[in-house]
Design a protein around this ligand. Structure first.
Ligand SMILES: [Zn+2]
Length: 394
């Protein structure tokens, strides 16, 4: 068994969903406190956190039946749902999972210094190219209203992003209505393959024009997607398909810096990530194209990705901190792997292992904050994501 497999196994079998502060000694507590030096918590927004549940709390959340019962004979999908339920600690609250997910998230963020905020993501249904909504071709749905409601409950800790499908015949009406809501959405969220969106299709052009007009950014998943199945082609997640959005003047955040996979048949070993970096270097999109660093630490990412992002200090003002919660709690990040690669040191690794079962959000923040490649860590600008949204704050 490889080192990473052992790490995964001990994470899966280990304790989780613990409450209260993690048991750290004085020196460990000092190291954690030092991680905030040079950062202003009031400027720190986690730009990528998912809302999950099963729709048992009036949230309107919908999950594909293949994830919930054996009738669909999809044990892998069911396993994925179990994994996310355990990550979000909702397995402890049968019958009230939607609220348990929210309560856990609220208590995790409340352990951060005042000012730190999380942006919750809504998630629209899959639509076919003929404009028909086809939920069964996707995986899940999180209503805009649920994300807005939660953000409104705790405006000191949460913001939200809406999700509207550009093939929805009513997209224009919805977009204009939602942009009037209070608190307003900070951006629009897409996952092209899982929602059935071809971002370079001419039918997205009007949507991009409306976004540019409303000054509403687009956060869109790029790179291979493993967590949520969708019937659309995988290469709809290619960053190069965003050229039209950018050329229409939309500010685009490429989720995960497109850090997984690549177009079939292409020789470039850096794949979609290489494509994203080439686009970042295109002066035409300097003020429009951004990347969120969530999921770049997952065990399935190429080892060159983090050193590249860390050492490109010139791009740090355009990289945005995100956790992709609940993934940090789902055992997809290996502290041992980062230690082996020399990106963190042993004392930090020990602290991270202690913190993970108590607070996976804090675990993720500290790990990202401590990453160090040849003396270079992520600049404070990467964490100070508030600046990206400040023109849109309510
Ligand atoms: Zn995500």
């Amino acid at each position: 068994m490889r080192y990473n497999d052992m790490n995964l196994l001990s994470c899966l079998l280990g304790k989780r969903c613990l409450e209260g502060p993690p048991p750290l000694d004085l020196e460990q507590s000092r190291l954690v406190a030092d991680a905030w030096q040079g950062l202003d918590p009031h400027q720190m927004w986690d730009v990528h956190a998912h809302l999950a549940g099963v729709g048992d709390g009036g949230s309107g959340i919908w999950v594909h039946p293949r994830m919930q019962n054996l009738g669909h004979l999809s044990p892998l999908s069911m396993l994925m749902l179990r994994l996310y339920q355990r990550a979000g600690c909702t397995h402890l609250a049968p019958g009230r999972q939607d609220h348990a997910y929210w309560q856990r998230l609220e208590s995790l963020v409340d352990a951060f210094p005042p000012g730190v905020k999380i942006i919750l993501l809504a998630f629209d249904y899959f639509y076919r190219e003929d404009g028909c909504c086809d939920p069964m071709a996707g995986t899940f749905y999180v209503p805009n209203e649920w994300a807005r409601q939660l953000a409104a409950k705790r405006p000191d800790r949460f913001g939200w992003m809406a999700s509207i499908h550009p093939y929805d015949p009513y997209w224009e009406k919805k977009l204009h209505l939602i942009s009037q809501w209070q608190p307003g959405p900070l951006a629009i969220k897409w996952l092209p393959q899982s929602m059935g969106i071809q971002p370079d299709s001419a039918r997205c052009f009007g949507f991009y024009q409306a976004l540019a007009q409303l000054n509403l950014p687009l956060l869109t998943h790029c790179g291979d997607e493993k967590a949520t199945h969708g019937d659309a082609p995988a290469d709809w997640n290619a960053p190069s398909r965003l050229a039209m959005a950018l050329d229409t003047g939309v500010r685009v955040i490429v989720a995960h810096c497109a850090s997984l996979g690549g177009a079939k048949g292409k020789q470039d070993k850096m794949g979609y990530f290489g494509e994203f970096m080439t686009m970042m270097d295109n002066p035409r999109w300097k003020n429009l194209l951004f990347g969120d660093i969530s999921a770049t630490l997952l065990v399935n990412r190429r080892p060159e990705i983090l050193p590249t992002l860390l050492s490109r200090v010139d791009l740090h003002p355009r990289l945005l901190y995100g956790s992709d919660y609940p993934l940090p709690a789902a055992c997809f990040i290996s502290v041992a792997q980062q230690l082996q690669r020399g990106l963190i040191h042993k004392k930090q690794a020990e602290i991270l292992q202690q913190i993970l079962p108590y607070n996976p959000l804090l675990f993720h923040f500290l790990l990202v904050r401590w990453l160090n490649y040849q003396g270079i860590g992520f600049s404070p600008q990467v964490f100070h994501t508030d600046r990206f949204f400040s023109p849109f704050k309510n």
